[in-house]
Design a protein around this ligand. Sequence first.
Ligand SMILES: C[S@@+](CC[C@H](N)C(=O)[O-])C[C@H]1O[C@@H](n2cnc3c(N)ncnc32)[C@H](O)[C@@H]1O
Length: 161
Amino acid sequence: MLEVGTLGGYSTIWMARGLPADGKVVTLELDPHHAKVARSNFERAGVSDKVDLLVGPALQSLAALVDENARTFDLIFIDADKPNNPNYLDWAMKLSRSGTVIVCDNVIRDGAVVKKNSGDVNVEGARAAFSFIGGEKRLDGTAVQTVGAKGYDGFAIAIVE
Ligand SMILES: C[S@@+](CC[C@H](N)C(=O)[O-])C[C@H]1O[C@@H](n2cnc3c(N)ncnc32)[C@H](O)[C@@H]1O
């Protein structure tokens, strides 16, 4: 699995716990402080051996992953700086194979995603994610809206043909 945006490692730990014995999560984080906290959380959760954390701008880490040997991932979870959603989706396609599932988080933005000219860069990022998925012939996708403590939120989910 590949994750863009680690923070404290909460979602990483959930994914790591769902892996088979030989599975790995590669997670990408810009902020060294967040990375340090995440590493200690991986340790306490007993999943350190299942997680590779790459620190730095995700666009650079993604390029390096492609350069290294074009390994592909079963699941790619995009949850970092929202304006870069289309760029992350573009790299995700390069790191995918047929059957890869791509999830892009926080695309509802309390309903603001339907406001065409909202002026909010995160809303623009959500809209850009939908445009990318809709325009990419190899992807079939939809969105799932959620509601709870964080208000109206949701994720886009797509499968690579
Ligand atoms: C929403 S949080 C991730 C939450 C985490 N996936 C979870 O659900 O527990 C977004 C994270 O992306 C990181 N981030 C923001 N811009 C980034 C970039 N350009 N490259 C890598 N990580 C970035 C932030 O530092 C932050 O830790």
